[in-house]
Design a protein around this ligand. Structure first.
Ligand SMILES: Cc1cc2nc3c(=O)[nH]c(=O)nc-3n(C[C@H](O)[C@H](O)[C@H](O)COP(=O)(O)OP(=O)(O)OC[C@H]3O[C@@H](n4cnc5c(N)ncnc54)[C@H](O)[C@@H]3O)c2cc1C
Length: 511
């Protein structure tokens, strides 16, 4: 069904379950409910996977550092889900060798015990012994079914042979494996299309917002036309990520579930650095224990991330101070590779929907685990999905789906554990070069729920992330999209203007 068909169908066949927010948690729940035959509508005020889910570090990872916080359940689940992602979506999630340059031997030994005693103000840099111990545990969680290889530990001399540009002051280098989400945005889209392929009971609409409530009736707005319409679902899933408390307020519920933090990233066009890292992610710590990642994103290098408290998720931008910090961190590990600001081709920032704790001493210590909070809208259950990681979305969605099925009095008839993602080949394959043809753009316009030009530039392709855009290219793509979507000249110009403004304001890209 296309957008108009879905909007019309809601008048005759309203949904039993409304999911507000099409980030990975809303989308994962949508897929699971669709698979179980539930009449479900997924909406997002923006595009699919355009909030926190588009701002992640793209790691399908167990979170080795959460071991130190004692979060064994979280790590075990995330490692399992990482393995499943690599197996179920092999074209979009690849094993990623991850190297930790180690500068100290004993440092950080007291982090974990002090953390348990609540005495840790700021974690110290972790040394070789703590890292070795962590990696032994991490390997153990990967289990017998070795989807990724075990870790290795190399002394300085060997590590420098392999990575000659690495800081010669290192003592050791450890390498373990996680997964890289090549395009989280396309992975999310594949899940939406897979769910809709289950039948007309599963409908998904981008650019539709939750805007109001009256009794048990909620009001939605079509952001393209401004038209509003009402629904009366049996269950509401609030999957608005960092906006959960805002969306609950729209429903008249006063909640304080989140204590969100902002994280930013840069994409650099620096061939020297790209050659120096090879196919490895470099994962290391600042002196105060903050985590830094440098990894290959096709022919570019990505670096992140920060972890700063933030009130308004809409205000998240990568600042010049963060850029300074990232460039300084690269210098710590690859000191003789010059990196210049002009080499930044893309920057982005997003907000982690972390649970409000009030007690954590540093943002890095706040749990990344997930849970459901349940409220009632005059008798209609409202499930708020708090926290969670991209990696473990499937497990979280399963938990939410079980709860929704119980509320509807239905039983589970299928599960997603080994369900391939995108197996129906709904969508156009991911490309890393900018040479899209008119036919490919038309195919995407028809099959991939594109509403705006920026959906194409930022989420259906890697054109934005990889710095492959200029003004004539934007005009050409708007022309091709417009042919398929029936845009007149005025709309095409408006789309080019909108996309250019988003690229500049949110991603520091001046065309
Ligand atoms: C900097 C950073 C790095 C991260 N790195 C990783 C990583 O490497 N690996 C990992 O596993 N996880 C990582 N995460 C965590 C992960 O990305 C998030 O936890 C996850 O994406 C949250 O998804 P979500 O669906 O809950 O929220 P979101 O993706 O934010 O989705 C919520 C959606 O709700 C919509 N919405 C809001 N209000 C309304 C409304 N009124 N009506 C309709 N729609 C509305 C928004 O437009 C948005 O699309 C990272 C997160 C950040 C921010």
């Amino acid at each position: 069904m296309n957008r108009q068909d879905i909007l019309h169908s809601l008048q005759t066949t309203p949904p039993d379950v409304l999911i507000v927010g099409a980030g990975i948690n809303g989308i994962g729940t949508f897929r699971d409910l669709a698979l179980n035959g539930v009449n479900v509508l997924l909406i997002d005020r923006g595009d699919f996977c355009s909030g926190a889910s588009a701002a992640s570090s793209r790691m399908a990872h167990g979170g080795i550092r959460y071991l130190e916080n004692g979060e064994f359940r979280l790590v075990r689940e995330a490692v399992r889900e990482r393995n499943r992602l690599i197996q179920n979506a092999p074209t979009l999630v690849k094993p990623l060798p991850t190297t930790i340059p180690i500068f100290k031997i004993f440092s950080g030994l007291l982090n974990a015990p002090l953390k348990f005693l609540g005495l840790l103000e700021k974690p110290a840099e972790r040394g070789a012994l703590v890292i070795k111990l962590g990696l032994i545990f991490y390997d153990a969680y990967t289990g017998k079914n070795r989807v990724v290889p075990r870790h290795t530990f190399e002394p300085r001399r060997k590590a420098l042979q392999r990575f000659p540009r690495l800081n010669p002051r290192i003592r050791y280098a450890a390498t373990y494996y996680d997964g890289l989400l090549l395009s989280p945005e396309r992975l999310a889209l594949e899940l939406v299309l897979d769910a809709e392929a289950e039948g007309a009971h599963a409908r998904a609409l981008n650019y539709v917002s939750l805007v109001g409530v009256d009794g048990q009736t909620v009001t939605l707005r079509d952001e393209l036309t401004g038209a509003t319409f009402d629904l009366r679902p049996k269950v509401i899933v609030n999957a608005t990520g960092p906006w959960i408390d805002f969306a609950n307020r729209t429903l008249g519920l006063k909640t304080h579930y989140l204590g969100p933090t902002k994280g930013s990233h840069l994409v650099l066009d620096n061939p020297e650095l790209r050659a120096a890292i090879g196919d490895h992610e470099f994962f290391f710590e600042n002196k105060d224990g903050r985590i830094v990642l440098i990894f290959p994103l096709f022919d570019k290098v990505m670096i992140g991330t920060s972890d700063l408290p933030i009130e308004d998720p809409d205000s998240a931008r990568c600042t010049e101070q963060e850029v300074d910090y990232f460039l300084e961190m690269i210098g710590r590990v690859f000191p003789d590779i010059p990196v210049r600001r002009e080499q930044i081709v893309f920057r982005f920032s997003g907000v982690r929907p972390l649970a409000y704790t009030g007690s954590a001493k540093t943002t890095g210590q706040i749990t990344r685990d997930h849970h459901i909070r349940e409220d009632s809208l005059n008798g209609v259950p409202v499930l708020s999905l708090v926290g969670g990681k991209w990696t473990s979305f499937r497990a979280f969605s399963e938990q939410v789906t079980d709860r929704v099925l119980a509320l509807l009095g239905q039983t589970r008839r299928a599960d997603t554990q080994s369900l391939p993602i995108g197996a129906g080949a709904n969508a156009v394959a991911l490309k890393t070069t900018p040479d899209y043809t008119r036919q490919e753009i038309h195919a995407m316009a028809q099959r991939e729920k594109i509403v705006h030009l920026d959906d194409l530039l930022l989420r259906r392709t890697l054109l934005g992330y990889l710095g492959q855009l200029n003004r004539p290219r934007l005009e050409q793509l708007a022309g091709w999209l417009g042919e398929a979507l029936g845009w007149d000249d005025e709309r095409k110009q408006a789309e080019v203007g909108r996309a250019a403004q988003i690229l500049e304001d949110q991603h520091g890209v001046r065309l």
